[in-house]
Design a protein around this ligand. Structure first.
Ligand code: G6P
Ligand code: ZN
Length: 542
C-alpha cells in the first residue's frame, strides 16, 4: 500500500562532482535518504511503468538504502526494479545494465574510493537513461527540490530478497535480481581479443589485480581468472566487504602501496592493476614503472585500434581540464577532435552520445569509452592487457616509446586535504581576483602567457559551466591549475595540478617532482598556499 510520509527539508543535499556524499550518520538521520531519493523522482518526468536499475558497491548501508530506493520507486509509479544480486553492481556495470535494458535510469549507491563503515562515507547518485551521471540541469533541480520537499512516497514490499536470482512481483511491481557480472563480462568479451590475452597468460605472463575488498572482486575473478585463464590468485582482496577491510578503496600509490612495492620489487609480475570501491577507477603499474592516469589515457588512445572493439579508430578524445595534455598530442596525430571538459565524468556524456568522442579520461584515475557512460576500471585493465598481448612488449618499453614519439608531459597533483573551507575559498578567490594581472611579469623566473578561470561551453547542448578551476599557463606549454575538490565529505581539499611538457628524449628520465620543481615554487608564490592553508607540505602527492 502506497504511503505518504510527511517530512522536512534538509539544507545540505547539494549533489557534488559525483552525487550526494555524506558520512553514514548523516544518511542515518530520519528521512534523510528518502528526502533525497524523492527529490530525484520529483525532478524527473515520464517514468510511469518504467524500469529503474539499482546497484551499489556493497559498502555499509548499501542494502538498507537499496530497500528504500526500491520501495519508493514502486510507490512513485515505476514498473520494475532491476538490482544486482546481494546489492552488488559496479558503477560501469550499472551503466551497462541501464543501457542494455533501456531502463529509465538508475541509482548507484557508493562513495567511490572513500572508506566505508558505520562512521565512514556513503553516497547516492542518479544516472539517466543513457547510463551516465545526471547532468547539471538535473542535479540542480534535485537540489532545488530538496530544499522545499514536504513529503515522500513509499510502500511496504515485505522482506526483500536480494540474494536469489530471478523475478518477483509485489502488487504489480516487479523486482528482478540479476547476476551483476554476466552482462558486463559479455560486453568486455565483445570489445577485447580474449584469445590473444589467454595466449599471453598461457605463455607465462603474470599479473596482480587488487580489488581492494571492493566491488570489482567478483568481476575480476570471473573475467581475469575464469574467462582469460589467469592463474588463481591473480585477483586478490576479491571479496567485497562493508568496510573494505578498514582500508581506503582508492587505487593510488598511497592506498595501493603493497601492489606498487610488489611491481617495483625483484620478483615483480609483468603487470599490476587495481580498482576502487565502485569499480570505475583504475591504477596501472608495469614492472618497474607506474603509469600516470594522464599518460594511460594517451597510451590507450594511441593503441586502442589494436583491440577489436576500436579497430575502426577513434572519433575523438576527451579529457578533463586538469588532466595533462598528453592525449592532445595523440589526438593531433590521429587527426581527431580533442575536448577539454570540467572535472566530473558527467561532462563526457553528451560528447559520447553525439559521437564526438570515443575515449575519455581524467587525471583522477578514470578512463573509459563509449561502451558505457561511466569510467570503467576493469575496461582500462583489459584494454591494457589487449595492447600488451598485441604488441608483445613490456609496459616500460611501450611507455618509453610513446614518450619518444610524442614527448613527455611531466605531471603531478598536490593535494591539501582537510583545509578549513573558508581558507580554501580565500585562496581561490584571491587567485581569481588577480587573474588579469598575471600575464606578463615573471613568477619564479617563469613567464605567464595566460591565466583564467576555466569555463566550459558544451558543444552539444550549448550549456555553460563556469568557475571550473584556475589555470595559469606559462610560456613553453607548462601550467599550474588550482581547484577545490567536489567530492569531499568534510572540510575542503585544495588540488594543485602541475604539468610540464618535455619534447627532448634525453630528458625523459628525470624524477617527476624534480622535473616540476620550478613550477611547484611558482605555484606557491602565486597562491600563498603555505600561509593561507597553514600547511607546509601537501597531504598527498600523486
Ligand atoms: C569522481 C568523479 C570524477 C572526478 C573525481 C575527482 O571520481 O567521478 O569524474 O574526476 O571524482 O573529483 P574531485 O572534485 O574530488 O577532484
Ligand atoms: Zn569510483
Amino acid at each position: 500500500m502506497k504511503q505518504t510520509v510527511e517530512t522536512k527539508p534538509f539544507s545540505d543535499q547539494k549533489p557534488g562532482t559525483s552525487g550526494l556524499r555524506k558520512k553514514v550518520p548523516v544518511f542515518q538521520q530520519e528521512h534523510y535518504a528518502e528526502n533525497f531519493i524523492q527529490s530525484v523522482f520529483d525532478s524527473l518526468e515520464g517514468f510511469e511503468g518504467q524500469t529503474l536499475v539499482v546497484g551499489g558497491d556493497g559498502r555499509f548501508l548499501n542494502r538498507e538504502v537499496i530497500g528504500k530506493v526500491i520501495a519508493m520507486a514502486a510507490a512513485n509509479g515505476f514498473g520494475r526494479a532491476v538490482v544486482g544480486q546481494g546489492g552488488i553492481l559496479s558503477t560501469p556495470a550499472t551503466s551497462n545494465v541501464i543501457r542494455k535494458r533501456k531502463a529509465f535510469g538508475g541509482f548507484i549507491l557508493s562513495a567511490s574510493h572513500n572508506p566505508g563503515g558505520p562512521n565512514e562515507d556513503f553516497g547516492i547518485k542518479y544516472n539517466i537513461g543513457n547510463g551516465g551521471p545526471a547532468p547539471e540541469k538535473i542535479t540542480d533541480a534535485i537540489f532545488a527540490r530538496s530544499k522545499v520537499i514536504g513529503k515522500y512516497y513509499t510502500t511496504d514490499l515485505g522482506v526483500l530478497d536480494l540474494d536469489t536470482l530471478g523475478e518477483r512481483e509485489v502488487d504489480g511491481f516487479v523486482i528482478e535480481v540479476i547476476d551483476p557480472v554476466k552482462d558486463y563480462a559479455e560486453l568486455m568479451e565483445s570489445l577485447f581479443d580474449f584469445g590473444a590475452i589467454q595466449g599471453m597468460f598461457r605463455s607465462g605472463f603474470r599479473m596482480s589485480f587488487d580489488a581492494m575488498h571492493a566491488v570489482t572482486g567478483p568481476y575480476a575473478k570471473e573475467i581475469l581468472e575464469r574467462r582469460l585463464g589467469a592463474p588463481e590468485g591473480t585477483a586478490r582482496n576479491f571479496v567485497p566487504l562493508e568496510d573494505f577491510g578498514g582500508h581506503h578503496p582508492d587505487p593510488n600509490l598511497v592506498y595501493a602501496k603493497d601492489l606498487y612495492d610488489e611491481l617495483m620489487g625483484p620478483d615483480a609480475p609483468d603487470f599490476g592493476a587495481a580498482s576502487d570501491g565502485d569499480g570505475d577507477r583504475n591504477l596501472i603499474i608495469g614492472r618497474g614503472i607506474f603509469v600516470t592516469p594522464s599518460d594511460s589515457l594517451a597510451l590507450l588512445a594511441a593503441n586502442a585500434h589494436l583491440a577489436p572493439g576500436y579497430r575502426q579508430g577513434l572519433k575523438g578524445i576527451a579529457r578533463s581540464m586538469p588532466t595533462s595534455g598528453a592525449a592532445d598530442r595523440v589526438a593531433e596525430k590521429l587527426g581527431v577532435g580533442i575536448y577539454e571538459t570540467p572535472t566530473g565524468w558527467k561532462f563526457f556524456g553528451n560528447l559520447l552520445d553525439a559521437g564526438l568522442a570515443t575515449i575519455c579520461g581524467e587525471e583522477s584515475a578514470g578512463t573509459g569509452s563509449d561502451h558505457v557512460r561511466e569510467k570503467d576500471g576493469l575496461w582500462a585493465v583489459l584494454l591494457w592487457l589487449n595492447v600488451l598481448a598485441a604488441r608483445g612488449q613490456s609496459v616500460k618499453d611501450i611507455v618509453s616509446e610513446h614518450w619518444r614519439t610524442y614527448g613527455r608531459n611531466y605531471y603531478s597533483r598536490h593535494d591539501y586535504e582537510g583545509v578549513e573551507t573558508e581558507a580554501a575559498n580565500r585562496l581561490v578567490d584571491g587567485l581569481r581576483a588577480k587573474l588579469d594581472t598575471l600575464p606578463g611579469p615573471k613568477i619564479n623566473g617563469l613567464t605567464v602567457s595566460a591565466a583564467d578561470d576555466f569555463a566550459y561551453h558544451d558543444p552539444v547542448d550549448g550549456s555553460t559551466s563556469k568557475n571550473q578551476g584556475i589555470r595559469i599557463l606559462f610560456e613553453g606549454g607548462s601550467r599550474v591549475v588550482f581547484r577545490l575538490s567536489g567530492t569531499g565529505t568534510s572540510g575542503a581539499t585544495l588540488r594543485v595540478y602541475i604539468e610540464r611538457y618535455e619534447p627532448d628524449p634525453a630528458k625523459h628520465d628525470i624524477e617527476t617532482q624534480a622535473a616540476l620543481a620550478d613550477l611547484i615554487q611558482a605555484a606557491e608564490e602565486v597562491a600563498n598556499i603555505k600561509e593561507l592553508t597553514g600547511r607546509n607540505i601537501p597531504t598527498v602527492i600523486t
